[in-house]
Write a protein that binds this ligand. Structure first.
Ligand SMILES: Nc1ncnc2c1ncn2[C@@H]1O[C@H](COP(=O)(O)OP(=O)(O)O)[C@@H](O)[C@H]1O
Ligand SMILES: [Mg+2]
Length: 367
């Protein structure tokens, strides 16, 4: 392309992009942080509403842990409730995502909107009790990702013991999260456990229809049903894959719906891999190398690989709970298998070797 034709080329490119995107009315509804005006409300949400309404009236909290696989609407539900409760009942919500704010200290500082430097942990706790006015709901999203260094999970102990009687809501992809807490925290929290099951294909379809209505000029219902079916069958009903597939189909990212679906799933798995900590990444990588897939053998490989990478390996106990976490985010499957009359678990990774190696190479600077 001759240099002097750049302007013409920009114009040509702009027209092409406009043509490809012409089916989309509003890209914002395809953003994962988008909060729909009327999200699909699952039955379990009533229970959360009942608890919080009671808290608003009596000031007596009942803490809740919400578990459920990735893409089952935990984050969205709490964001939507936060908006609605503060509008209808002036009950404020304070939230921190523990993936980002991964220690008790950082999570408190984030909710107080102060920089973590310059305070001690106990000063921050006092400040929190002084500054948050009246009754308040405290939401810790992805609470299972609080750093292992924060092994006593002090923030949970503090919130559950505080004289201010906040109502705590914890969200976790790992439904067994509560079992990992120490006894004193667990007994002072005494949370009710609520499980968000996977959406059915029908619910995925409803959610897609809602996005299509808000974000597209026109669409074909059979297409939405096809995406919903693929998502329910192949991803544990991760709505994010469905929403991304719809966007890819509408913007002609690939030729067929099946190809768009594969691409969306690949992209979302890639994001998830990027977000894993080093240890979890090594666990997953070791599972790829072990032909039998048996948990014990994978653990041996994992210890070898960790040492080769200069990382301290997890104890077997933490290794095992990490497998449950990796399963909950859809990166592997644990399947029970019978060997010599005993049962053991076999690991099936759900990502490709190429994809994980790309992340490992960047992370560990392997040549
Ligand atoms: N009930 C729902 N109605 C509308 N959109 C939903 C619903 N549940 C999930 N979504 C959408 O699916 C995506 C994933 O939901 P999210 O709340 O992040 O799941 P989780 O926190 O359980 O991993 C988000 O883009 C969200 O807006
Ligand atoms: Mg979430």
């Amino acid at each position: 392309m001759p240099d002097n034709n750049i302007e013409a080329y920009i114009e040509e490119s702009r027209e092409e992009v406009e043509r490809l995107n012409s089916g989309v009315k509003d890209f914002a509804v395809f953003d994962f942080n988008h909060i729909p005006d009327k999200p699909l409300i699952r039955e379990e949400v009533r229970k959360i509403i009942d608890v919080l309404v009671k808290y608003h009236q009596t000031g007596i909290p009942r803490h809740i842990v919400i578990g459920g696989p990735r893409g089952s609407g935990k984050t969205l539900t709490l964001k939507y409730l936060a908006k609605t409760f503060s509008r209808k009942l002036s009950l404020p919500f304070y939230a921190a995502n523990c993936r980002v704010h991964n220690t008790s200290f950082k999570a408190l500082a984030h909710m107080l909107k102060v920089r973590p430097r310059g305070y001690s942990y106990s000063e921050l706790c006092c400040k929190f009790e002084e500054q948050i006015p009246g009754k308040a709901v405290i939401v810790l999203d992805e609470v299972d990702l609080l750093s292992e260094k924060d092994f006593r999970k002090d923030i949970l102990y503090f919130l559950s013991r505080s004289v201010r009687r906040f109502n705590v809501v914890l969200l976790s992809n790992n439904p067994k999260f509560v079992n990992t807490l120490d006894e004193s925290t667990r007994s002072s929290l005494q949370p009710d456990l609520l499980l968000f099951r996977n959406y059915s294909a029908h619910e995925v379809l409803e959610i897609l229809r809602d996005r299509a209505t808000a974000g597209l000029h026109s669409w074909d219902d059979a297409l939405l049903a096809e995406i919903a079916a693929l998502t329910a069958k192949n991803t544990n009903s991760d709505i994010r894959v469905a929403i991304k597939t719809l966007l890819y189909v509408m913007t002609h990212e690939a030729n067929s719906v099946a190809d768009c679906f594969e691409r969306a799933r690949h992209d979302i798995m890639g994001d998830m891999l990027q977000n894993l900590n080093d240890k979890a990444l090594l666990v997953l990588r070791s599972a790829m190398d072990e032909p039998t897939g048996f948990v014990k053998q994978v653990y041996t490989r994992y210890c070898q690989l960790s040492r080769a990478m200069g990382e301290d390996p997890y104890s077997y106990y933490y290794f095992y709970s990490n497998l449950a976490f990796l399963q909950s985010v859809g990166l592997l499957l644990l399947v029970s298998a019978k060997v010599d009359r005993a049962y053991t678990n076999r690991i099936h990774p759900l990502v490709s070797k190429e994809q994980i190696d790309a992340v490992m190479t960047a992370r560990f600077r392997i040549e």
